[in-house]
Design a protein around this ligand. Structure first.
Ligand code: ATP
Length: 315
């Protein structure tokens, strides 16, 4: 269980995490979803005591991380998916860590087995691929058999097989009753992997809840319309809650109205339709909509707002 209350981190003038409160329950996979720079890593670092909160507090399994006598048994974390620069082989690297923390040597073999590292356990860690490095990072996190796991972007840079492995692994660990908290900037990945979502943007929690509920709340539908009289139709459809994007001349995307409503307006006005198709927004579009105002940097060529509307547009 992780419980954060008013958790805040300021770096100079930058408010990286802004009074966030949330609870991550055991027995479930909870996804921490947000665009780059949203504050995910900073929040996770505060949970494991690597960053000191400017305000607020956070507890893991009922206590601040630093107050646990055997922290590796309480919390395992993968915070930077970087290769470990050491000349040691994987097994010796894990053995050294186990010895430092008073953990039994046989646990090293267990985590090597669990993370599929057996074939490379005698290889130098410095030469590991990103995927193997990631598995090793998870092996390190699992070493103390922790009740809570915190994984920052664990699937970043992994091949499809590695992504699937992480997904299966976190599911298994949650089913064992552990608390699993993992971050990602990919809605599609979280939709498959997580049970619960906490969505963050610009240091603030935007929404949270069961994955399907968050998706349903955000992924509105739009209607694709093709008409040789698109300009007139756009004028007739325009309204306060209606957003119309001109995809190209004669081709509109309409948000805020059902296909039937668009068809009725067209019929009433005597305007010809060549196509009228309801389109469910993809997960990534839903995520963009959710965080559009909360991304730190918009790309110059097309901001996340680009899929939004030009109200009352002329075709
Ligand atoms: N040590 C630091 N000093 C100054 N600013 C920082 C520091 N660490 C993070 N930040 C800033 O705080 C904000 C949140 O960063 P953070 O790394 O927590 O976001 P994130 O959601 O994990 O993004 P990413 O996926 O890109 O790592 C960003 O604006 C970042 O530039």
């Amino acid at each position: 269980m992780i419980e954060a209350e008013g958790l805040t981190k300021r770096y100079g003038t930058k408010l990286a995490v802004d009074h966030v409160s949330f609870r991550v329950e055991p027995g479930q996979v909870t996804g921490f979803l947000g665009p780059n720079g949203a504050g995910k890593s900073t929040t996770m670092r505060m949970i494991v005591g690597l960053d000191r909160p400017t305000a607020g507090h956070v507890e893991v399994n009922g206590k601040p991380y630093a107050q646990h006598h055997a922290p590796m048994h309480e919390v395992g974390s993968l915070l930077e998916a970087k290769a470990v620069h050491t000349g040691r082989n994987a097994r010796n690297h894990l053995r050294a860590l186990a010895a430092t923390h008073g953990l039994p040597g046989k646990r090293v073999d267990e985590v090597i087995e669990m993370t599929g590292l057996a074939a490379v356990a005698k290889k130098r860690v410095g030469g590991f691929s990103l995927g193997m490095g990631q598995r090793l990072g998870i092996a390190v996190a699992m070493l103390g058999d922790p009740r809570t796991l915190i994984l920052d972007e664990p699937v970043n840079g992994l091949d499809p097989e590695g992504v699937k492995w992480v997904r299966t692994m976190v599911r298994y660990l949650a089913d064992e009753g552990r608390t699993v908290f993992l971050s990602s900037h990919l809605m599609s990945e979280m939709a498959i992997t997580a049970d619960q979502l906490i969505v963050i943007g610009r240091g603030r929690i935007i929404t949270s809840g069961p994955v399907q509920e968050v998706i349903d709340r955000t992924s509105g539908t739009s209607v694709t319309v093709r008409s040789p009289q698109a300009a007139q139709l756009a004028e007739r459809l325009a309204g306060e809650d209606v957003a119309i994007t001109v995809i190209e001349p004669g081709h509109l995307a309409v948000r805020g109205l059902e296909a039937a409503q668009v068809g009725e307006v067209a019929a009433r006005e005597g305007l010809v339709l060549h196509e009228l198709t309801p389109v469910r927004a993809s997960l990534e579009e839903a995520f963009m909509t959710l965080t559009a105002d909360d991304v730190e940097f918009h790309s110059a060529s097309g901001s996340p707002h680009a899929s939004h509307a030009t109200e009352g547009a002329q075709a």
